[in-house]
Design a protein around this ligand. Structure first.
Ligand code: TNX
Length: 784
């Protein structure tokens, strides 16, 4: 008799499975440490890594006869998404049933007793698969299952067969806010692209979509009361070509687009079916030029304005007038009605004060309200908006600038200028989402390769995303509770197509997903990479354009033992790649097989490439590097003050590694960054040495808040304790550049050279980041 025809035995079976599930769950939790043991990654390539996974021998065989059984029709949307995915990625059409068959089923039960929010239990046996959880948990269990498909063969009818490896999983997330952001203002991505973005997030259990809908370059959400926001504000007359620091022109193509309210409702509903909450962002009071182009009366000067066609920070901002407040109130009414989530993002970043300073209206307003400066005026403005949202039953979240000058109760902070804003907010008992530039900006470069497609700058390789812990150690246990989670941001100035969006988020989004889901103790980068590689096949199946920088040659530079030159180690994470290298001026043009670190003690240009061990093909792109060797190269350098953790790759030895950082575009890994801080470095030349020249390579990129230094000092010493100023030679080098400081010295015999470089200071008004300290970036110190 089959279970199907016998309701009693059906119930018994259910009860049995259920009891067993509880037992296994308890055992899994009890064996705490065992949970961190590493299992076969290729067999269980689940990302993010489940809280506990207990591997078993044997497999469940999945084929087109497998049925999904549920006694609760309310799971339809969770199951339907999974079914569509399985059909799309694996070409298998799974069926539904409301009663169990004898084996070959996936049974789904709403039983969230003792299962934490968003958690689930998933038991894969040889004959059946059983899932328990609340709605979100069931959705995530199906996503884990989706990642366990192993193709075996085609059956007689050409239908693919799969095995699903046996195991027991008890899973739950670390943070409730697991976010991805997308800027649709700088470049517009139609509805279908946004839905795909949400699908990608859901696959990796990310649950919060921060939709950056408005900015200087385009307003992208229909507001019925103010139609010009989209008829005027959604379109620009052209777009800058190339990098904003080095533009090659301006195209004159009318560019734009927007989402109708019907589109938005459709996307919100779709997101809801994936257990994703959308947080819409309406930027104010800065980054509002598109809004002002449509309604210039909201500005301090009256306009006229045009939607921006280049990037950066723009001085025209909202005027904090009654008219503006009532306009925003109307806009937010419509926004709140469209988005059911608790939070509305109100921007708040990068608001220049030039217009407010020049406006007699603003100056009077400040006097009337006892506001001592324009920063307090912004805080006063923000508090109004926060209250406006609270009256509509919502909470506000904003970029960390909204902290300055006091923050209204209930408002949450998104920390992007490092972690300081988030730390201050948590200490003041505000909820926080961590999204610091150094770990979470997916518009930054992920590879140092010179052929990488144009990006804004920075350097954020996969392993750096993975290394992030969103809970700062400096917080007390009580304060830590305010960290709601973590989010990566995808600003699209340099991301014009959806294929490029894919390139910037895959695979870094997988690392973020694990940072958001897993406890640090449960994380390990090498084990992550082993689970990541099997995803590539899936992405290939649906033609996702992912970055393959993981397989590139990575270079590590260390001081040579005796301090003469540097040792270059090359490595790759590619399981089948073999490294070959050669020198540009060398005899061996094909290159030789790499076996051990290479000593570089003279001016050279080295190239290296990867060959597949099994096939005569090249993998990835060539690595190429020029080395400039001088007296300082490879010598010991000590820093009196450490660089900012965001720009500290390689530490102090980066300053004497023989590599002069690229400037346009610059890649973060080659530079040490000091935020408003002095560089104070002492180079130990090892013995008394005659020197007559010092050159310091610095960076100038005002859009990224990086300024050439104001001033510097060079000192010498024979004991490393007592330093005297080096004497300038009358003959100074003729070359001048915004990218280096260069000085000829009177010939001096010295062992220690001290280089002090003072940062520029406060960023002057009218520039991006005005009022903030400027960054000082130094790549290399050359001594001759
Ligand atoms: C800063 S992050 C911005 C954005 C830019 C981004 C580029 C933030 C709150 N503001 O307007 O697109 O840098 O990385």
């Amino acid at each position: 008799m089959t279970l199907e025809s016998n309701p009693t035995s059906n119930i018994n079976h259910q009860t049995f499975v259920h009891t067993k599930s509880l037992l296994v769950a308890i055992v899994l939790v009890l064996i705490g440490n065992f949970a961190n043991a590493q299992y076969d990654a290729e067999r269980y390539p689940i990302i993010p890594k489940p809280y506990t996974l207990l591997p078993f021998n044997g497999d469940f065989n999945l084929n087109s006869e497998t049925v999904i059984v549920t006694d609760n029709r309310f799971y339809r949307k969770e199951i339907e998404f999974f079914r569509q995915q399985v059909k799309k990625y694996y070409s298998v059409d799974l069926k539904y049933a409301t009663k169990k068959v004898s084996g070959n089923f996936i049974y789904i039960s709403e039983d969230s007793t003792d299962i934490p929010n968003e958690g689930y239990n998933l038991f894969i046996n040889r004959n059946d698969i059983n899932i328990y959880g609340g709605h979100a948990g069931i959705f995530y269990a199906l996503q884990s299952l989706f990642q366990l498909f192993h193709f075996t063969t085609l059956n007689g009818n050409g239908i693919p067969q799969f095995t699903i490896p046996s195991c027991s999983i008890v899973d739950q997330p670390r943070f409730p806010w697991r976010g991805m952001h997308l800027d649709v203002s700088r470049h517009f991505f139609p509805k279908e692209d946004v839905k795909n973005y949400l699908r990608y997030m859901a696959m990796y259990k990310l649950n919060t979509f921060h939709w950056h809908l408005t900015d200087d370059q385009g307003w992208r959400i229909e507001i019925k009361k103010y139609p010009k926001l989209t008829s005027v504000g959604a379109w620009r007359n052209g777009t800058i070509i190339g990098h904003q620091n080095n533009p090659t022109g301006m195209d004159t193509t009318r560019y734009g687009g927007f989402y109708t309210q019907a589109d938005i409702r459709e996307i919100v509903k779709f997101a809801d079916s994936l257990h994703i909450t959308i947080v819409p962002e309406i930027e104010m009071p800065g980054h509002c030029l598109a809004m002002l182009a449509a309604y210039p009366e909201l500005s301090c000067t009256g306009g006229p304005f045009q939607v921006a066609n280049n990037w950066g920070v723009i001085e025209d901002v909202l005027c904090p007038s009654e008219k503006t407040f009532s306009f925003i109130d109307d806009v937010l009414k419509e926004v709140c009605a469209l988005f059911p989530g608790k939070y509305i993002h109100i921007g708040g970043d990068e608001c220049p004060k030039t217009r407010w300073k020049a406006s007699s209206f603003c100056q009077d307003l400040m006097k009337t309200n006892n506001l001592k400066d324009e920063d307090q005026l912004q805080s006063w403005f923000t508090q109004h908006i926060v209250k406006m949202l609270q009256q509509k039953g919502k909470e506000a979240i904003g970029w960390d600038e909204i902290l300055e000058g006091g923050l209204a109760d209930g408002a949450a902070v998104m920390s992007w200028r490092g972690e300081d804003g988030g730390i201050a907010a948590a200490k003041a008992k505000h909820n926080v989402v961590m999204s610091p530039g150094g770990y979470c900006y997916f518009d930054h470069y992920q590879s140092q390769n010179a052929n990488e497609p144009l990006a804004i700058g920075g350097f954020l390789p996969l392993e750096k995303v993975y290394s992030y812990n969103p809970v700062p150690a400096s917080l007390s246990d009580d304060e830590k509770k305010y960290i709601m989670g973590v989010q990566a941001n995808v600003w699209t100035e340099y991301i014009p197509t959806f294929a490029q969006v894919q390139y910037m988020i895959f695979p870094r989004m997988c690392a973020l997903a694990e940072v958001a889901w897993d406890e640090p103790i449960n994380m390990n980068f090498d084990f992550f990479v082993k689970r990541l590689i099997p995803q590539f096949q899936n992405w290939d199946n649906v033609k996702i354009n992912y970055a393959k920088s993981l397989f590139e040659i990575k270079a590590k530079i260390e001081r040579a033992k005796d301090g003469n030159g540097v040792l270059l180690s090359l490595s790759t994470l590619s399981p089948t790649g073999k490294i070959y290298y050669g020198f540009e001026m060398g005899d061996d043009s094909v290159g030789i097989s790499y076996t051990q670190p290479i000593l570089i003690d003279k001016q050279e240009e080295l190239y290296a490439y990867l060959l597949d061990r099994n096939h005569p093909i090249f993998l990835g792109r060539e690595y190429r590097q020029k080395f400039e060797i001088n007296l300082a190269t490879g010598k010991n350098i000590s820093l009196r003050k450490n660089p900012s953790p965001s720009y500290s790759t390689g530490g102090s030895s980066t300053l004497a590694d023989g590599i002069v950082g690229r400037t346009n575009p610059w890649v973060g890994s080659q530079w040490l960054g000091f935020w408003g801080d002095t560089l104070d470095a002492i180079i130990d030349l090892g013995k008394d040495t005659t020197i007559s020249h010092v050159k310091i390579y610095t960076l100038d990129d005002k859009n990224s808040w990086i300024y050439s230094p104001e001033n510097y000092r060079i000192q010498v010493s024979n004991d490393g304790i007592n330093f005297t100023n080096a004497v300038r030679s009358a003959h100074q080098p003729e070359e001048l550049s915004q990218y280096f400081l260069s000085e000829n010295l009177m010939q001096t015999n010295t062992r220690y050279v001290r280089v002090i470089v003072f940062p520029y200071g406060k960023i002057p008004s009218g520039n991006p980041g005005e009022g903030n300290p400027a960054w000082l970036f130094v790549s290399e110190i050359e001594v001759k």
